[in-house]
Design a protein around this ligand. Structure first.
Ligand code: ADP
Length: 548
């Protein structure tokens, strides 16, 4: 027997209309270098969203076209977040920290038609201007130097809005249509595009409103400060969640230092904030030096890399609750959240609870997790001991990549292979213990070990090279290169020599921090570099196993 309920499409258009219609007085606030932040009500912001959609339409953007953004977290970026998908186009948020070759690749891969670019980032775009023929217009906003030469035609964002005399009628969208696109780093080769649908973004946003994710949920009494960049997995879906819930947004623009963040947290009475551990370490040290009362702040969401227990406990000392979460670009990104179950909170000591809070957590409602043995592929028990590759399934997990037939990230029965190695205990808490993907994560950004190894092995003195991540108190991980030297080479190259050799080919933050010249690089049974062994070598002798 079939259910008899309506199948209303789950679209971001509904999210937008609900937020603006029910909460017109809610605020979008953007930090400025000096002076008070810029403010708009949801009513004013919503009007600009509609005019931006009209303006983009006048520039020739049609249903299904990709519109890219190169911007920090600010009001204009939030305008694009809704104008583009609600008009039926696809928002492609681009990481402006990518090396120019990767930047050119992601724009070409998406076939972006228009790029909305913050003026201060136009020079970044200018570096790839001759490699992005799909781009017809650049819509520039904010302050900056005069437009650099060589770009496709640049129009002013405010002029586009000013000439949009009437709002665009939103098209009736199918919930399966693409709403957003975000590229994620591949172990080898170029970044891969993850295409979010309206349905996945809607369901993901709805989950953010629940107490399974944020203690106390997310509602119209909240003011949320996403430090996580809006080019990074839709700022973890928080802009969508806030507009859905009628919660305000305090956007930091490019001012991510502890002083500016504390100022915004205090002045806007922020209740929830979210970012990677490398943001929270300096903020905690600043609070330890000089406490700032933040009575409204009830949740600091921390994800993207392991949150050490010391960081969580450090914020506890200030009466601030850090909530640890795990996710991926492929999972929109909400996968697991380390909330303590009610009965465990009543039973366990604070110390024991810290162990759970520092785990990667419980699956978000809608997500399923399982572990596959690293050698046999058989499913492992959830006993907190067996380590296996984490595989996930859910309505906001991708089932393929843009322009890419490679199925190696998916199992035959349709689960996503995360490339993370984890345990899951009998209560359902997941802990990441290692990674099979050949990537190093530094400050929330990926570095491809395989790319560095390929380049290093191109140096005349280097025979073999293996790059792994070493735990780093600030960045989470930093790359370390193990190399063997060619027999004919009289003297091993130094770190400085190899960094200078790599510098033209990779982004600066990719350059290895340390070099280990060794006689041989350990290999696995099938002759691959044994990276687990190399990583273990890098742990200080007294250090406990990596926190999960
Ligand atoms: P994001 O950084 O937004 O989570 P990415 O796709 O860039 O998305 O990275 C996802 C990967 O980052 C995961 O597969 C995992 O390796 C790592 N990661 C994310 N969150 C955590 C976490 N809380 N603890 C440990 N590793 C994490």
């Amino acid at each position: 027997m079939q259910g008899l309920m309506m199948e209303v499409p789950l679209t971001l258009t509904h999210v937008f209309e609900r937020g603006v219609g029910l909460h017109p007085r809610q605020q979008v606030v953007t930090q400025r270098e000096t002076g008070p932040p810029r403010r708009a009500t949801f009513a004013e912001w919503g009007d600009r969203v509609r005019r931006l959609a009209r303006g983009l339409h006048e520039l020739g953007v049609e249903r299904g076209d990709r519109v890219a953004t190169l911007a920090w977290n600010n009001q204009e970026h939030l305008e694009c977040y809704f104008a583009v998908p609600c008009m039926g186009a696809v928002l492609h948020t681009v990481n402006f920290r990518l090396h120019p070759d990767q930047l050119a690749h992601v724009i070409a891969d998406a076939q972006d038609r228009v790029i909305v670019c913050q003026r201060s980032l136009l020079p970044t775009l200018a570096r790839v201007a001759d490699r992005v023929p799909s781009v017809r217009w650049i819509v520039a906003f904010g302050e900056g130097e005069p437009d650099p030469p060589g770009l496709p035609p640049v129009v002013d964002y405010e002029a586009v809005l000013a000439t949009a005399d009437r709002p665009l009628d939103w098209p009736a969208l199918d919930e399966r249509e693409a709403a957003g696109l975000c590229h994620t780093s591949a172990t080898t080769g170029d970044p891969k595009g993850v295409v979010y649908s309206h349905r996945s973004a809607y369901l993901h946003a709805l989950t953010l409103l629940t107490t399974a994710i944020l203690p106390g949920g997310l509602g119209d009494a909240d003011m949320l400060l996403p430090v996580v960049p809006m080019f990074h997995v839709n700022a973890w879906g928080q802009p969508h969640g806030c507009v859905f819930a009628g919660a305000g947004l305090a956007l930091p623009d490019r001012f991510l230092d502890a002083d500016h963040l504390l100022q915004l947290l205090a002045s806007e009475r922020v209740t929830i904030t979210a970012g990677v551990p490398s943001i929270w370490g300096p903020l905690l040290r600043r609070l330890d030096r000089e406490p700032v009362p933040l009575p409204h702040l009830r949740t600091i969401l921390c994800g993207g890399a392991t949150a050490p227990p010391s960081l969580i406990a450090g914020f506890d000392r200030h009466g601030l609750t850090m909530v640890h979460a795990w996710g991926m670009t492929e999972t929109s990104p909400l996968g697991t959240v380390a909330v303590v179950k009610h009965d465990l909170a009543e039973r366990l000591t604070a110390e024991e609870q810290l162990g759970l809070r520092a785990s990667q957590g419980l699956p978000a409602p809608g997500m399923e997790l399982r572990l596959a043995d690293l050698t046999t592929g058989a499913l492992c028990p959830h006993d907190g001991v067996h380590e296996g590759e984490l595989q996930v399934r859910g309505p906001w997990v991708c089932r393929g990549y843009l322009n890419n037939d490679d199925r190696t990230s998916f199992t035959v029965d349709g689960w996503l292979r995360t490339g993370d190695v984890a345990t899951i205990d009998s209560e359902g808490y997941m802990r990441i213990v290692d990674r099979t993907k050949d990537l190093v994560k530094s400050g929330g950004e990926w570095i491809s070990s395989v790319t560095l190894e390929g380049l290093l092995m191109g140096h005349p003195d280097v025979a073999e090279a293996a790059v792994v991540g070493r735990p780093d108190p600030h960045w989470g991980e930093r790359p370390v290169a193990f190399v063997t030297v060619r027999p004919e080479c009289p003297e091993a190259p130094t770190l400085e020599v190899l960094r200078a050799f790599l510098a033209p080919s990779v982004a600066r933050f990719w350059l290895p921090d340390a070099l280990m010249v060794v006689d041989a690089i350990p290999k696995t049974g099938v002759g691959k570099f044994d990276k687990r062994q190399l990583r273990r070598q890098l742990l200080p002798a007294t250090a406990p196993a990596p926190e999960g």
